[in-house]
Design a binder for this molecule. Sequence first.
Ligand code: UDP
Length: 479
Amino acid sequence: MKQRRYIIVPFPAQGHINPSLQFSKRLIGTGAEVVFVIPISVHRRIMKNKTSTSTPDGLSFFLYSDSFDDGFKPGDDLHRYLSELRRGSKQAVSDLINSSAKHGRPVTCVFYSLCVQWIAETARELHVPSALLWVEPATLFCIYYYFFHGYEDEIKNNINDPSYSLELPGLPLKLTGRDLPSLMEDTKSENNWVQINMFREQFEVLDKETKTPRVLVNSFGALEPEAFVSIGDNQVKLFGIGPLIQSSFSGEKDHEDQSKTSFRGDLYQIDSNDNYIEWMSSKPERSVIYVSFGSFYVLPKPQMEEIAGGLLDYGRPFLWVITERQREEGKKEEDELRCREELEKLGRIVSWCSQLDVLSNTSLGCFVTHCGWNSTLESLVCGVPMVAFPRWLDQGTNAKLIEDVWKTGLRVKANKEGIVERDEIKRCLELVMGDDEIGRNAKKWKDLDRDALKAGGTFDKNFKAFLDEIDQEKGHFLD
Ligand code: UDP
C-alpha cells in the first residue's frame, strides 16, 4: 500500500494551528505523511519561536503568500486580508494536489479547519476527498448547524432577552442568550457580520456536498455523548478524534512527542528569561492561580483593573498572561495597571507561556480562563478546575459545558456594564479553590480524556472508521 499523503490547511490563528499540528502528529503516527499549508508570515513566526530543533519526520510545510507577509496587524483591511487568504490558500492547495499527482504520490485527503471553508471547493474540483477539522466542541457544531437550519430568526430575535431559553433537538441543555455564540447576535458590528458569514458559508459548503459530509471534531464521545448523535448520521457524520493535545501531556507517548520540548506551533515568543515554571514549582501543591484570556482577546482597561484587584484580594500566588497585543492596547490608555508593584510581589506576569507545562504543574490550583476551546480541553486533560470567564464568540457555550455539564468550574457573573468586578472574581476563586466536588470532577474528566487517546481508544477507532469511508470512495489509493 502506498504511504498515505494528507494536506492540512489551518486558519492562521493560534487556536487553529495548535490542534491542526497535533492532528498532523497523530496522522504521522499512523505511518502517513503530512503537508501543512500555511502563509509565509505564520511559518516565519513558528520557526522563530520554536522550542525544538527540528520538525517531526513526515511533516513538511507548503507556504503561500496571503499578501500580508509581515503578518495581519490591527487596523489592516480585513476584507482584503480574507480575500487574499482565500486566493493564496486555494492556489497553494491546487498546486500541491496537482504536483503530488504528477509525482505519483496522490493526496489521500485534504483537512481544513474552520474559516477556510473554500478549501473544500478546491479539493472537490480536483476530485480529492476533504473533511472539516472542527476545532470546537461537538455541541457548538450542533448549535451552529441548527442556527443555519431553521433556528436563525428565533435566536436572533430572542438572544438578548434575559428570560429566553432554548432547547435544541437531542442536546441536553437549556441554553440562555449568554450560552449562545455571540456571533448570533444581530449587531451592526462589521467584524461580527464578516465572521458569521464565514460560518454560514462553511455550513453551505457542507450542505452542497454530494455525499453525507464528514466532520472531524476535536472532542470525544464521553465528553458530549448527546451532541455527537444529535443531528443524525444521514445529515452529517461527526467523528470524535480529540483531545488534540500534545501527547506527552495526555499520558500517551508517540514517536515524536517523547519530551515536553517537542515541536510546537507558537506564534508568540515564550519569554525564556522568565523562570515561571521554577517559581511555580517552589509553591505548595494546588496553591497557584493561572490567568489567561488566550492569544487574541484584548480586555478593556477597567476589566484588567478588576482582575488585578480580585487577585490581590484573594492573596494567593498567580501566573497571569498579559499578551503583547494586550500590552499594546494598554499603552494607548493613560497608564499601566495601577497596582503593578503589588501584583509583582504576589505573582508573575508573562507575555506568553507554555500553557500545558503550567496546567500540568502540581502547584496549580485553578485556571481563570476565557474558555477558548483549546484552553478548556487542555484544562480538562490536566484535571485543573476552572473559573470560567467567557468574553465573546463561542466561549459562553464552553463555559456552560464547564459549569453545568462537566461541573469542573464556576462561571463568573458580570455587572450591567459587562464588567466582572473584583469581589466577584475573589468569590469565584474562593469557591473553586475550596470546592472538593469540583476538584473530584476535574480528576474524573482527566482520566476519561486519557482513555480516549489510548491505543485502541476513540481516536484510533474513529479515525479508522473515517479512513474506511475515504478508502471506499477512492479505492485506487489502496493499491
Ligand atoms: N497558549 C499558550 N500560551 C499562552 C496562552 C495560550 O501556549 O500563554 C495556547 C493555549 O495552550 C491554547 C492556545 O494558545 O492551545 C489558545 O487557544 P484557545 O482556543 O484557548 O483560545 P484563542 O487564543 O483561540 O482565543
